[in-house]
Design a protein around this ligand. Sequence first.
Ligand code: FAD
Length: 327
Amino acid sequence: MSILTYALHYEGEFNKNSLGAVSEGAKLAEELAEELGGEAAAVVVGGEDLTDELCATLGKYGAAKVYRAKGPEGLAQPVVDVMAKVVQDNGFKYALFGGGLLGFEIGAGLTARLGAGVTMEVTSVKAQDGKLVAERPILQDSAIVDVGYVGEPGIIIGRLNAFDIAEGGDGTAEVIDVDVALEDHSTKAVMVQRGEQRGADVNIEDADILVAGGRGLGKPEGFELAEALAEALGGAVAATRAVVDAGWYPYAAQIGQTGKTVAPKLYLAAGISGAIQHKVGMQNSENIVAINKDPNAPIFEFSDLGIVGDLNKILPKLTDAVKAKKG
Ligand SMILES: Cc1cc2nc3c(=O)[nH]c(=O)nc-3n(C[C@H](O)[C@H](O)[C@H](O)COP(=O)(O)OP(=O)(O)OC[C@H]3O[C@@H](n4cnc5c(N)ncnc54)[C@H](O)[C@@H]3O)c2cc1C
């Protein structure tokens, strides 16, 4: 076995970010088939909702085996205990995480526990000379460095949603139960309540369509235009830091370096200039459409479709057109 990927689930579903990481692990294991044996695995920690059927679905994303351990879901330390044992017992050479706050916490804990090497905020991983090399942006994303590993295991923590989901048919993963005695300190924290941040009634990281608003919306009420379009499209609303800092929209919706990283099918940016710190959070979107009144706005440099004009006129028309089309 070669690469072990952590998969987070909640209410009977694996999250999108984890599925991207599992797919990436499988792809890399195949690329290094000669050196690593070709098979990747996933690890899951939770309770009764982690059924055989649910775990086996990770095979669709390329996992050959799924190691399943009992423990509290959503807390870092128990997962560190489980992963440390699975890595050591099976000689995994790499551990991969999709990122997110939990991924960072577990990855850091596992690194400390195993005395391993770690790279965080990884945006891409490549196979080179029989080993994995992680690519990581530095200096406010103005340059990218290659990070190699000496010794084993190598821990790779991706940036949220950096890895694409690849559903490769009807593969079924073998589910293996592992019995892990959790450390005393790992059970000190308990999940009391799960909650969403204020204003985050839609999970923008999982939305397929995002209508993002920036300072070009003019005032807080300008977001009503973005909300109407998002509703018509069946998507969610996102925002830039400038408008979040100004109190126009909740922080939970902020995309970018100090906000969330997203990769929806459609990212419609309205009144957003396209600053590098915003770009890094949305550049992996499948289709980027920008509306901006300035033809020289940087956002047009990385948009698939650019509309030069006043969003106050364009957004309502677009909303009406979408509604008409949907009948
Ligand atoms: C360390 C650091 C971290 C940061 N992190 C983030 C981050 O996570 N996310 C983030 O977004 N930013 C971040 N920023 C801020 C970032 O640099 C930009 O300031 C910010 O993204 C700009 O937001 P904006 O595009 O809404 O505003 P502006 O840059 O002011 O752009 C507004 C755009 O709207 C257009 N416009 C105006 N009126 C109209 C109209 N009527 N119709 C159409 N278009 C119109 C203008 O032409 C302009 O291009 C960070 C900055 C720093 C230094």
